[in-house]
Design a protein around this ligand. Structure first.
Ligand SMILES: [Zn+2]
Length: 337
C-alpha cells in the first residue's frame, strides 16, 4: 500500500510538474495579440467565436471621418473585418442624415483580434463595435480629449432606469437605424434602455427584437455583426428569440437576481487564463502572418486616396476598390499619435 501511494505521489508529481512547465511555456493569448500593432495580411476572415477567436485581413477605420470620430486611439482597437468597417462608415452617414451629428466610435478589435488586455470578453473576431450614446461634437476632439472624456450614463444615478432629461428621440432613431441593417444581428444595451424603448416606441416595433438587454452598456451601445459569408470558420451565435423582447425576459432584469454578486471564490477573467491553444488553430497562422507595409496601407479610405491601391495589393481580397463613390468618406487629417 505504502509503495502504491509512493508511486502515485511520484506519478502525480511528474504530471504536475509537466503540466506546470507546459503552462509556463505557453504565453497568454492576450499578450501574443497585443504584441501586434498591425493586422495579418490575408484574405479577410473572422475565425472562431465573438469571445474566443481572431481575425485575418482586418482593416482600420480612420480616426476621423466627416461623420465619425474614434475614441481612445492609444488602445489601437479600431480594427475590424472589412465588412464591419464599411458598415460603420455607412451607419455614420445614415445616422448623420437622421440628425445624429456623427458617431463616437469606441473599441472595435485589435489588429488581429483575439482576447484583449482589458475590458470586453468579446470583440475578438472583428465583428463587434461600441458606439457612444453621445453624438460627436461639432469640433474635432484632440487626441487627449479622446483619451480623457467619458460618455455619460443614460441612467438616473443609482437606478436601473433611463434619465428622461438625457433621453431623446434621436437616441431612439440611432438605435433603430443600427437595427435596420440585415448584417447586424444584435445590439446590446442596458436593460433600462431596452425598457425605455419598449415603453415608448410607436409604430413598427419589429426592430426591438435585435435590441438585447445586457449588463453595462448604459453609456454606449454595442453592435454585433453576423458571421460574414467569407468566413466559414466563424461560429454563429444563437438567433435572437422571436418577439420584441418586452416580456418576462426583460422583467427579469428588474429583479434582484441579475445584480446579486456571484457566490463562491471569484474566477479569473477568461483573458487571464486563455492561451493560444484555447483558440481555433487558425489563429496561430493569423499571429504568424506577415504585417502590411504600413498602417495607412490597411486603413479604409473608401476606394479613394493614395493608399487604397497599396492596400488592395498588400492584402488580396480586400474589397477597398469596389465601393460606390457616394459612400466615399473624405479623408481628413489624421491626429498625431
Ligand atoms: Zn462592446
Amino acid at each position: 500500500m505504502r509503495q502504491f501511494l509512493y508511486r502515485l505521489a511520484c506519478a502525480s508529481l511528474v504530471l504536475c510538474s509537466a503540466f506546470a512547465a507546459n503552462a509556463m511555456a505557453e504565453p497568454l493569448a492576450k499578450d501574443l495579440f497585443a504584441a501586434h500593432r498591425l493586422p495579418a495580411v490575408a484574405a479577410p476572415q473572422s475565425i472562431g467565436f465573438y469571445s474566443k477567436g481572431c481575425v485575418a485581413g482586418a482593416i482600420a477605420i480612420p480616426p476621423d471621418g466627416p461623420t465619425w470620430q474614434v475614441m481612445r486611439l492609444s488602445r489601437n482597437r479600431r480594427w475590424g473585418h472589412p465588412e464591419l468597417i464599411k458598415l460603420l462608415v455607412q451607419f455614420s452617414q445614415d445616422a448623420a442624415r437622421d440628425g445624429w451629428r456623427g458617431l463616437l466610435i469606441g473599441d472595435i478589435s485589435q489588429p488581429r483580434g483575439g482576447p484583449m488586455s482589458s475590458g470586453h470578453a468579446s470583440h475578438q473576431i472583428g465583428l463587434d463595435a461600441d458606439i457612444w450614446f453621445s453624438p460627436m461634437p461639432a469640433q474635432r476632439m484632440t487626441v487627449e480629449q479622446r483619451e480623457r472624456d467619458g460618455s455619460p450614463s443614460m441612467l438616473k444615478k443609482g437606478s436601473l432606469y433611463v434619465d428622461d432629461s438625457r433621453w431623446t428621440r434621436a437616441h431612439e432613431a440611432v438605435l433603430r437605424r443600427a437595427a435596420s441593417y440585415p448584417q447586424i444581428e444584435r445590439i446590446l444595451v442596458h436593460p433600462g434602455i431596452k425598457k425605455k424603448l419598449c415603453d415608448t416606441v410607436k409604430g413598427d416595433r419589429s426592430w426591438l427584437r435585435k435590441i438585447r438587454p445586457y449588463w453595462g452598456h448604459d453609456a454606449h451601445f454595442h453592435i454585433r455583426m453576423k458571421c460574414p459569408a467569407d468566413s466559414p470558420g466563424c461560429r454563429r451565435q444563437d438567433p435572437v428569440p422571436p418577439g420584441d423582447g418586452c416580456d418576462k425576459s426583460l422583467a427579469w432584469w428588474f429583479t434582484e437576481e441579475p445584480w446579486r454578486p456571484a457566490k463562491g471564490p471569484a474566477k479569473p477573467p477568461a483573458r487571464d487564463v486563455m492561451t493560444i491553444s484555447a483558440l481555433p488553430k487558425e489563429c496561430r497562422a493569423v499571429l504568424a502572418a506577415p504585417s502590411p507595409a504600413s498602417e495607412v496601407a490597411v486603413t479604409y479610405m473608401g476606394g479613394g486616396g493614395p493608399s487604397a491601391p497599396v492596400a488592395a495589393s498588400a492584402a488580396q481580397g480586400l474589397p477597398l476598390m469596389s465601393l460606390q463613390p457616394q459612400s466615399i468618406p473624405l479623408p481628413t487629417p489624421r491626429p498625431m499619435r
